[in-house]
Design a protein around this ligand. Structure first.
Ligand SMILES: CSC[C@@H](O)[C@@H](O)C(=O)COP(=O)(O)O
Length: 355
């Protein structure tokens, strides 16, 4: 594929989100694996639309994108009104925060940048905000690396693992959360085989995770989501490893639709269940999973495939994009701050307070 990086250190080359020559540069993930193309954005509203339309997706990648989008808005508002830009930008920030509801990293990044703006930035804010966005981006990559080590250490040598959705370099600042653990675990010889769920209806697994693993030469097998339980029954996997869009204060976890059924099946079969996410995904203000807003996406994603309608006219579809896995089905939550086993509110409070 033209322009696509292809070698064993793919994760160091893939950047779903970049700042390049004063522009926001995104890999258009709607086109993968068929086409590897970038979109270049200059303004916040089109960046918010790119998040809504899933040009860029994955909780940490959305957060990093939002941070850069705030830089674009500040540049525009400062140009229009060097004295009143702090006020004028507030509506932009609100618009951006609404681009997708479930992944808390988006709001986390917007509110972080808003805090900086509201604290007062004298003169042209561009360089100050850009360096903060770049720091958020670099911190996310470092967090992923750390989580990769911590998560891999939990896995016994020679294990098979199952992952859901795409949580790799495409879904983050770089490297990956759950897929970062897969990368680190494979490199350390702990993981011998990787199974990836297709992840209907948007096919993050079949299109994106499969692409990352194949490009990198990690042996992987794609399965229909509905094959996961039978896979576990056959004893082929020791761990299910997933990312998160939001972890509530009690450990309940929102992630891609289908995660919950995989966790239920894992518990039934004695397969361990690991959630891997940076602390920017942990939302201590949300008490439990019931309080997490779940995005409902277009019916068309379920009624058809690749733009072609497959379901008969007249049928309706329900398309929740995420579900909630209750804390009691999770064996370990891995963040850059450490591993929380059998998560509870108290354990998460202690983890968030730790250095
Ligand atoms: C490291 S990404 C973690 C989650 O964001 C991921 O598992 C997921 O559910 C992504 O959903 P998406 O709808 O593709 O943005």
């Amino acid at each position: 594929m033209a322009n696509a990086p292809s070698n064993a250190i793919l994760y160091d080359k893939i950047r779903a989100v970049e700042w390049e020559n004063g522009r926001l540069k995104l890999i258009d993930q709607r086109l993968l694996p068929g086409k590897f193309e970038h979109l270049y954005l200059d303004h916040l509203p089109e960046s918010a639309k790119a998040i809504t339309d899933m040009v860029v997706r994955g909780a940490p990648a959305i957060g990093v994108t939002a941070a850069y989008a705030v830089v674009l808005a500040a540049r525009d508002r400062y140009k229009e009104n060097p004295n009143g830009w702090h006020k004028a930008i507030q509506a932009d920030l609100d618009l951006l925060a609404e681009a997708r509801p479930t992944a808390v990293n988006l709001r986390w990044a917007v509110e972080h940048m808003r805090g900086l703006i509201n604290a007062g930035i004298p003169g042209n804010p561009l360089m100050r905000l850009l360096s903060e966005a770049q720091r958020i981006h670099a911190d996310d990559i470092a967090a992923n690396r750390r989580m990769g080590e911590l998560g891999a250490a939990l896995i016994e040598t020679g294990s098979g693992v199952l992952t859901h959705c795409n949580t790799g370099a495409l879904a983050t600042g770089g490297y990956g959360t759950a897929l970062g653990v897969v990368r680190a675990g494979y490199a350390a010889g702990r993981i011998k085989s990787v199974y990836a769920d297709e992840t209907r209806p948007w096919l993050q697994g079949a299109r994106l995770t499969a692409w990352e693993l194949v490009q990198e030469g990690i042996p992987a097998t794609l399965i229909a989501d509905s094959a996961a339980t039978y896979l576990m029954k056959q004893g082929k996997v020791a761990w299910v490893i997933v990312g998160a869009d939001r972890i509530a204060a009690n450990g309940d976890t929102a992630n891609k639709i289908g995660t919950y059924m995989t966790a239920v099946a894992a518990r039934h079969h004695g397969v361990k269940f690991m959630v891997v996410a940076p602390t920017s995904t942990v939302d201590m203000k949300t008490p439990d999973g019931a309080a997490i807003p779940i995005e409902t996406r277009a019916e068309a994603e379920v009624l058809g495939f690749g733009g072609t309608r497959t379901a008969p006219e007249g049928i309706q579809a329900w398309n929740p994009a995420f579900d909630i896995t209750p804390a009691e089905l999770i064996d370990a939550i891995v963040t850059e701050k450490g591993v929380v086993t059998k998560p509870t509110r108290d354990k998460l409070v202690a983890m968030m307070k730790s250095a």
